[in-house]
Design a binder for this molecule. Structure first.
Ligand SMILES: C[S@@+](CC[C@H](N)C(=O)[O-])C[C@H]1O[C@@H](n2cnc3c(N)ncnc32)[C@H](O)[C@@H]1O
Length: 275
């Protein structure tokens, strides 16, 4: 099943690689299994046709529980989610009620349906939690949020070739098996380290210079075991240093608008291949 057009993830996700998935897939070396320690919404997985198996990981348990439910019971999850994508639920009162229900729920399929609802009805598709782990994104006020049924079914079908885990990236990279290729899309390195805010979305999880450097070290170790690692990130002074041993290519994808209008700097994306 190779679709003619590119496949959009069914979730909105900060840092999603939908627009760059073709370039990324071209840079990936050949192998049997593609390992993604930071899968997010899965744009690379969905648009890749070269691997037989996919090992998909993310530190966010709500995301991974949702993927597991979708993999096992796509019809049930689609049906439950469809019930939430109605005018009746597209107002702030319903939104905050469902958000409370989500925060009190255990990891069942109902919680996953609400997660999809929150992703499309919450402000900017953000996924953010407070310190005690409560999802705290405000209502987004969209006229008619899109119900991504087709995209959910596509994901479900492709995920029959995937395994999902919810771990820290380090153990995923350390335990990758021979014939794997690893693609890492970590939270972006800060463009302005002095003003860095360590918040990366999931409660209690921070991703700072130390984590960026640990990831680069693990990539070096993994490539020494013949398991290549491709990492994408902002091209910054830090990433130039920590990716010095990689084969790097660059794409200009967006503009960083700094607060001072005369200090606008173009920002490139770096693709560092450790092989
Ligand atoms: C830039 S996003 C990945 C976007 C993805 N490539 C896509 O196209 O949607 C980074 C992801 O890393 C996850 N993450 C953050 N810290 C992590 C950690 N320590 N270990 C594993 N995943 C982590 C976040 O939950 C987030 O989903």
């Amino acid at each position: 099943m190779i679709p003619l057009t590119k496949v959009r993830p069914f979730l909105k996700w900060a840092g999603g690689k939908f627009a760059l998935s073709e370039q990324i897939n071209q840079l990936l070396p050949a192998g049997d299994t593609l390992v993604e320690p930071f899968v997010g919404a899965g744009a690379v997985f969905l648009n890749n046709h070269d691997f037989t198996r996919y090992q998909l990981n993310d530190i966010n348990p709500d995301l991974i529980n949702l993927y597991k439910h979708l993999q096992k019971k796509p019809e049930v999850l689609v049906k439950k989610t469809a019930k939430l994508f109605t005018d009746k639920h597209n107002n702030s009162e319903s939104y905050y009620q469902l958000r409370d229900k989500f925060n009190q729920a255990r990891n069942g399929i109902d919680k996953s349906a609400i997660f999809i609802y929150l992703n499309r009805h919450g402000y900017n598709g953000l996924c953010r939690y407070n310190r005690s782990g409560g999802f705290n994104v405000p209502f987004g006020r969209y006229k008619k949020p899109y119900f991504p049924e087709r995209e959910m079914y596509f994901f479900a079908e492709k995920s029959q070739r995937a395994t999902f885990t919810c771990k820290d990236f380090k153990s995923v990279i350390r335990t990758a098996k021979a014939n794997s290729v690893i693609y890492c899309d970590p939270p972006y390195a800060h463009l302005n380290p002095e003003k860095a805010n360590s918040f990366t979305g999931y409660a209690g999880n921070k991703f700072e210079q130390k984590e960026q450097a640990d990831l680069a070290d693990l990539a070096i170790k993994s490539s020494a075991k013949s398991i290549p690692v491709l990492i994408s990130n902002h091209d910054t002074q830090l990433t130039r240093e920590i990716y010095a041993k990689a084969e790097s290519s660059y794409i200009q994808v967006r503009r960083y608008i700094s607060r001072e209008a005369n200090n606008r700097k173009p920002v490139q994306e770096v693709f560092a291949l450790f092989k």
